[in-house]
Design a protein around this ligand. Sequence first.
Ligand SMILES: Nc1ncnc2c1ncn2[C@@H]1O[C@H](COP(=O)(O)OP(=O)(O)OP(=O)(O)O)[C@@H](O)[C@H]1O
Ligand SMILES: [Mg+2]
Length: 301
Amino acid sequence: MSDRQELRARLEALLAEARASGEYEALRPLLESALAEPQSERRDDSKIPMSYGMVGDSKPMRDVAALLDKVVQSDVPVLVLGETGTGKELVARALHQYGLRKGKPFLAENCAAVPADLLESELFGHKKGSFTGAYIDRPGHFVAADKGTVFLDEIGDMPSPMQPKLLRVLQEGEVRPVGSNKVIKVDVRIVAATNKDLRAMCKAGTFREDLYFRLAVLTVQLPPLRDRKGDVRHLVRFFLDLMEKEMGRRCTITPEALELLDRWRWPGNVRELENEIRRTVALSDGTIKPSDLSPQIRALA
Ligand SMILES: Nc1ncnc2c1ncn2[C@@H]1O[C@H](COP(=O)(O)OP(=O)(O)OP(=O)(O)O)[C@@H](O)[C@H]1O
Ligand SMILES: [Mg+2]
């Protein structure tokens, strides 16, 4: 039993005694205020609203969930758009996890993080001896993820020479490994994501329009956190629970600190909020107060 639970049990016993002795009315206000949970420690155990592993109950997030309801059981390519940290990868994983290909491989590639020639071999595979260091035949993601999903993150950074090769996967369902003259049939769902304006890139000639239309058969646009009215407090509770699991520290937050978090514009979106909670939980004495928040958020007070 925690200290607080013990105190509560003793106060409840006193209250019962007071009732029995006729002193109840005189003691009632004192005992009841002592029994009330302090604001900052009140645990709201009502369920955190969540769909497809995404916390949120705001109108734009309910619209996202409704769209996922429609597309999750289909096999069409999906393009996930949104600012940094809005949950694009979470959506890609949800499409796989809740869809027809659940249980099959999910392979992700960050097109911005890998040099162009390596990216080709990562995605399409290579034949032994096709370049220095290619000691064995290696299947690429499209072959390895057979019957599953390939997630192409930062698709706006896919180098131009790779784009027609990707188009071929989407159009013909086949790949040709580097150094091979044989094509291999593949069965993968493609989910791509970017925070770039692909339409503008098409106009500027840096992204192939035919590829864009193939990838964007269906588009999921994730709203920035500042447009998800009411979701910050649900996310805060979710991340406090998560940090308790991660760090073994249960923290609460004062209503004043929560209000500041609610008012901040979150340019880094949910990731920024997650990091803010992680940092404050690590440093706080158990109750997150306005003074524990980052200076730019504290400055809103
Ligand atoms: N609605 C949500 N509920 C709970 N956690 C979320 C939600 N959205 C995002 N997250 C968490 O926020 C972090 C960032 O999400 P994610 O990596 O999916 O964003 P992203 O849009 O891919 O970001 P980037 O553009 O920087 O790659 C992750 O830890 C993710 O689990
Ligand atoms: Mg991402």
